[in-house]
Write a protein that binds this ligand. Structure first.
Ligand code: WTA
Length: 668
């Protein structure tokens, strides 16, 4: 990998970070009663496998494992070898069997005000059983893949658990993704059933989902059945077609509503595939990250308990992530439910119908543990403290952050305005690939530093290394690596073992380290500050997007000859997409609406989340003599800096042309 220099904006951030000397000690009461105390680090280090065996005891196993870890065929891991369990049983049935059937599992809050539903563990068990029976009747067996394309409604959780219950790996596709993105994921993992809804509520309007599934069906022939939840009741017809195919489409309320609530969960091997989650990598094709059952569930349950100091009898937990991202998998579904929590699930946008909606939900449900993303915190900061100040959020005791580096200002605002200066903030670093939190403060142990994810949690070993894989000294930066295997690690990339080895394990092959793709610094105390991606992956509002994926989308437009996409730092979204486009000769200047045309095209191909903030039509792109685009220079332009070293450019005058063009570029 060349061109790995972290964008210089992160250096500027770092300069700020290093001046940061505020510390927040854990509240004494919390520290005294903490689930995990300081001694856990050493204990885990002294006997790693013993530590992870102990964590696996959180789950109910049908058959106990005979070996904690098989790493003989590294980097292909097997955890809890010989163990058998059912993930859905662990998340639902066992709580009912333990007499907690009347406990609320989910306080669901729909976006339209007053549209709420409380679901107990006993009710969840019935619904999951019904959905498991319905999926089986639709022909889904153990090992078959099911795609889930749903809004944030309880049926999303029910479907995931129903799949787990029958051993059918699910792949949840974010509802904001387009029909093309949905089709390519379905195609890649060969999902035969899609579970969707007529639509969902976003900012007060019913937004359709089912038509995208119909469109996806024109692009892939894998789909045999489509199970449709009636959420909004909106008309399904598009362009005169009635939007319903009796041979394929089935209503949820018929198939699931009519199914039996009796279903016996079968135990699966600890390494049975649980789900595939697609995420962006450095090439155009999204990677299907495979997680399996025993290790993943252990990791999700342990970290949720440790990092949030979960007290299941008294806490009310709320994670605002969408079910379509890994955070929704590990910290809405599998971790919290395995731990038997009561949690809030919210369908809509943070500011609908009014800007204080989130804070009102915290007040109404007396939320104690709250987990969200820096991008949301920053957008609330812009609105000021007056809105949150109107609500009583004194129930909160721990705040979490995930998805991107949290800048110290946002951290301090979060702690002060939302947490009333009482709550520790846990800045949790992890990835789709890691399955669970890896680096984070422990709320009862760590004196938090605003902006730092601090240290690897007990049981996890991470480091920051130089190009050769040697640990950097305190006070220096390098690459973030995980130095030993962990239970919730990805097992492979779906259908592509070579790409798995290549992407994650080849960079520091000699040492056998997992390379996460992030840059980081160790401060003078050895605490870790994650700086962001060092590869061609952007992080927009906490969501990973690959530059190549957007470039491929742009190049698929008939007027585009070539394109280069970079992530430029953005005060609201962390990074924003900036695209440089060379038009084909026959397209002339592209016409007056070219920027909008291209922007709409990206939106259609990938989804609104990938829409460029800025598109610049340029005559040429800066390339090295070997033809590699020098993104570093394009980032300089996008971030309004003087263009850096152009010595390796094949034609140095190109940057003058591009920089000059910048002044007249069009913002969409
Ligand atoms: C970034 C989301 C800094 C990082 C769970 C990582 C973070 C990518 C943090 C994974 C954090 C996530 N501080 N950066 N606390 N959390 N990241 O797969 O670049 O959607 O590699 O998983 O988000 O994004 P993913």
């Amino acid at each position: 990998m060349s061109d790995q220099t972290a964008p210089s904006s992160t250096d500027q951030t770092l300069a700020n970070l290093l001046k940061e000397d505020r510390r927040f000690e854990p509240p004494a009461e919390l520290a005294a009663a903490a689930n995990v105390k300081a001694d856990a680090y050493d204990a885990a280090r002294a006997d790693r496998e013993g530590f992870w065996a102990e964590q696996a005891e959180r789950l109910t196993w049908d058959t106990r494992w005979d070996r904690v870890l098989d790493w003989d065929n590294a980097p292909f891991a097997k955890w809890y070898v010989g163990g058998r369990l059912n993930a859905a049983y662990n998340c639902v049935d066992r709580h009912v069997e333990a007499g907690r059937g009347d406990k609320v599992a989910i306080h669901w809050v729909g976006e339209p005000e007053g549209d709420t539903r409380d679901i107990t563990y006993a009710q969840l068990k019935d619904e999951v059983s019904q959905a498991a029976n319905a999926l089986t009747a639709l022909g889904v067996g153990a090992g078959d893949r099911v795609a889930i394309y749903l809004p944030m409604i309880p049926e999303a959780i029910v479907t995931m658990l129903a799949c787990a219950r029958i051993g059918a790996p699910h792949t949840v596709v974010f509802g904001g993704f387009s029909a093309d993105a949905l089709a390519s994921r379905i195609d890649d993992c060969q999902a035969k059933v899609v579970v969707t809804a007529d639509g969902g509520y976003r900012r007060g309007t019913a937004s359709a989902l089912k038509p995208a599934v119909d469109e996806a069906r024109t692009k892939t022939d894998k789909i045999e059945k489509v199970l449709v939840v009636r959420r909004t009741g909106q008309d399904l017809s598009v362009d005169g077609e009635d939007g319903w195919d009796d041979a394929v489409d089935v209503w949820w309320h018929d198939a699931v509503g009519g199914a039996s609530t009796e279903h016996t969960p079968e135990a699966f091997d600890a390494e049975h595939p649980l789900y595939v989650m697609y995420t962006s990598g450095t090439t155009g094709k999204p990677k299907g990250i495979l997680h399996t059952t025993g290790g993943y569930l252990t990791g999700a349950a342990y970290t949720h308990n440790a990092v949030f100091d979960l007290k299941p009898d008294t806490d009310v937990y709320w994670c605002t992530a969408d079910i379509g991202w890994v955070t929704g998998h590990s910290y809405i579904v599998y971790g919290p439910l395995a731990n038997g929590v009561t949690q809030v699930l919210y369908e809509g946008t943070p500011d609908a119908p009014e800007p204080g909606r989130w804070w009102k939900i915290i007040q109404d449900y007396q939320v104690t543990l709250f987990y969200t993303a820096p991008t949301a915190i920053r957008s609330f900061m812009k609105q000021g403290h007056e809105i949150p100040d109107r609500f009583d959020m004194s129930s909160l005791r721990i705040l979490g952050s995930v998805g991107e580096p949290i800048n110290p200002e946002a951290y301090v605002w979060y702690r002060h305005v939302i947490g009333g200066d009482r709550t520790p903030v846990v800045d949790t670093w992890w990835q789709t690939e890691t399955g669970a939190v890896m680096i984070s403060p422990l709320p009862g142990v760590t004196a938090g530093k605003p902006g730092s994810a601090m240290t690897a949690i007990p049981g996890i070993e991470a480091d920051v290394v130089d190009d050769e894989g040697n640990p950097v000294p305190n006070g220096s930066g390098g690459y973030l690596v995980v130095t030993s295997p962990w239970p919730s690690m990805l097992r492979t990339i779906w259908g592509d073992d070579d790409r798995y080895v290549d992407t994650y394990w080849s960079r520091f092959k000699k040492q056998g380290y997992y390379f996460a793709g992030d840059g980081a610094k160790k401060d003078d105390d050895g605490d870790i500050w994650v700086l962001g991606r060092v590869d061609d992956v952007m992080n927009v509002s906490g969501h990973r997007l690959s530059t190549t994926e957007i470039e491929s989308a742009l190049v698929s437009h008939p007027k585009v000859a070539e394109s280069a996409v970079v992530g430029a730092s953005d005060p609201n979204t962390g990074q924003a997409v900036v695209a440089y486009v060379i038009l084909r000769n026959e397209a002339g200047d592209g016409g007056p609406d070219i920027v909008k045309e291209l922007s709409d095209h990206v939106r259609k191909e990938i989804g609104p989340i990938a829409k460029p903030r800025q598109i610049m039509i340029v005559p040429e792109l800066p390339k090295t003599r070997s033809g590699k685009i020098m993104r570093r220079l394009l980032r300089d332009v996008a971030e309004g800096r003087a263009v850096g070293d152009t010595q390796t450019l094949a034609d140095a005058s190109i940057m003058d042309l591009i920089s000059a063009g910048q002044a007249t570029s069009t913002e969409d």
